[in-house]
Design a protein around this ligand. Structure first.
Ligand SMILES: Cc1cc2nc3c(=O)[nH]c(=O)nc-3n(C[C@H](O)[C@H](O)[C@H](O)COP(=O)(O)OP(=O)(O)OC[C@H]3O[C@@H](n4cnc5c(N)ncnc54)[C@H](O)[C@@H]3O)c2cc1C
Length: 346
């Protein structure tokens, strides 16, 4: 028998308290669903992902009615782009109220604000708790083991575990590579770099791209992605324009190869954020996609719980929506890399 007929312990269990998971928890708890948000870390951590597209501001203003100004660092109306040519300034756009402005956020602070809001909305938050094996009955995810032997029974699971891709892995789905292997190196430095204060810059050629940005007062970030795999393994430090700055710590690296989860949603489950779609940061939409997909998956889960939506319709809609957006972003970025003559694209 489907365990959900015995009555779930909760309506929705969300794994991962990054932007996607917290957004999903806020939306579900606000709609009155019994919501549990499970995060393996003891609390929000410093992580990259600071440059936000102006579109994220509208979403964050609705998610965080108390405001999020103390998480915001530098603001900028666009980006300086050197895409194999002379530099040009690309503005985000404007409307009757003026130019749209992107912004840099302190990710630890932003994630903490979202987590607090999820708690206030009524979500039960379990920190320092790693989700274990999902319970699958008749092809439907009906619960999750959280350490003890008795699983927590739930109507819906939302996997927002980022690059860990917990649920896809547990269900035996591999998210195939959609790009050559891409490793990124990044770091932070303090001091003054007046050339980077007005706007971030991305400088790209056939070997790769370099991103430099001011994230807050006297604090700067750099990222370097090399297209050729032998170059990507090379260890390197800050770019020449940051030569006079003081590096905060040794450079770090991350695998940002593109991946698209093959199913994204099914009976009793949705995948949101990086766990579903992963692109390198040149797509500039990682956090925005996490907020949007967490929100959308949660809204559909609310519809299913309230019986205003059939589950098959909800999961089908979600799969189409997320896949189409991801395919479009991948095609656009791929074309831009091919235009540079980048290794492995075009
Ligand atoms: C170097 C770099 C630079 C980037 N720069 C930008 C940028 O400038 N702008 C931008 O928009 N995006 C950027 N991104 C992408 C952005 O960081 C991600 O798209 C975004 O954080 C995705 O949010 P998420 O909620 O899906 O996942 P995450 O933020 O990764 O959150 C996932 C959470 O799940 C938790 N978790 C994992 N496994 C488990 C488990 N088994 N049980 C419980 N919890 C678990 C993790 O601890 C984590 O808290 C960058 C990425 C990198 C690597």
């Amino acid at each position: 028998m489907d365990a959900r007929h015995l009555g779930p312990d909760v309506d929705v269990l969300i794994a991962g308290a990054g932007p996607a998971g917290c957004t999903a928890a806020i939306v579900c708890a606000t709609a009155g669903l019994r919501t549990v948000l499970v995060e393996r870390l003891a609390g929000p951590a410093a992580r990259p992902g600071e440059a936000l597209h102006p579109g994220a501001e509208t979403l964050l203003a609705r998610l965080l009615p108390g405001g999020f100004a103390d998480a915001v660092g530098a603001r900028h109306p666009g980006i300086t782009v050197r895409w194999g040519t002379e530099p040009r300034f690309e503005a985000f756009g404007q409307d009757e109220s003026g130019p749209w402005r992107g912004f840099q956020v302190d990710r630890r602070r932003l994630d903490a604000l979202l987590l607090d809001r999820a708690r206030e909305a009524g979500a039960q938050v379990r920190l320092g708790c790693r989700v274990g094996q999902p319970v699958v009955e008749g092809g439907t995810v009906t619960g999750v083991r959280l350490g003890g032997t008795t699983p927590l029974r739930t109507r819906t699971v939302i996997d927002a575990t980022g690059r860990a891709r917990w649920l896809s892995r547990a269900l035996g789905m591999t998210a195939p590579l959609r790009s050559p292997r891409l490793l990124i190196r990044y770091g932070y430095a303090t001091g003054s770099c007046s050339g980077r204060d007005a706007a971030p810059e991305i400088a790209a050629d056939c070997t790769g791209w370099t991103w430099t940005a001011r994230v807050s007062r006297n604090r700067y970030q750099w990222m370097r992605l090399d297209f050729a795999p032998d170059q990507a393994r090379r260890r390197g430090g800050p770019p020449p324009e940051f030569a006079d700055l003081v590096p905060e710590s040794p450079a770090r690296s991350a695998d940002v190869s593109w991946r698209l989860c093959p199913r994204i949603a099914g009976p009793g489950w949705f995948v949101a954020g990086d766990a579903g779609v992963l692109l390198d940061p040149a797509s500039s939409h990682g956090v925005l996609r996490a907020l949007l997909s967490g929100w959308t998956a949660a809204s559909l889960a609310v519809g299913v719980a309230n019986r205003t939506l059939e589950e098959d319709d909800a999961t089908g809609m979600y799969r189409r929506w997320l896949r189409e957006g991801a395919e479009r972003d991948m095609a656009q970025l791929s074309a831009r890399y091919a235009q540079l003559g980048a290794y492995g694209f075009g």
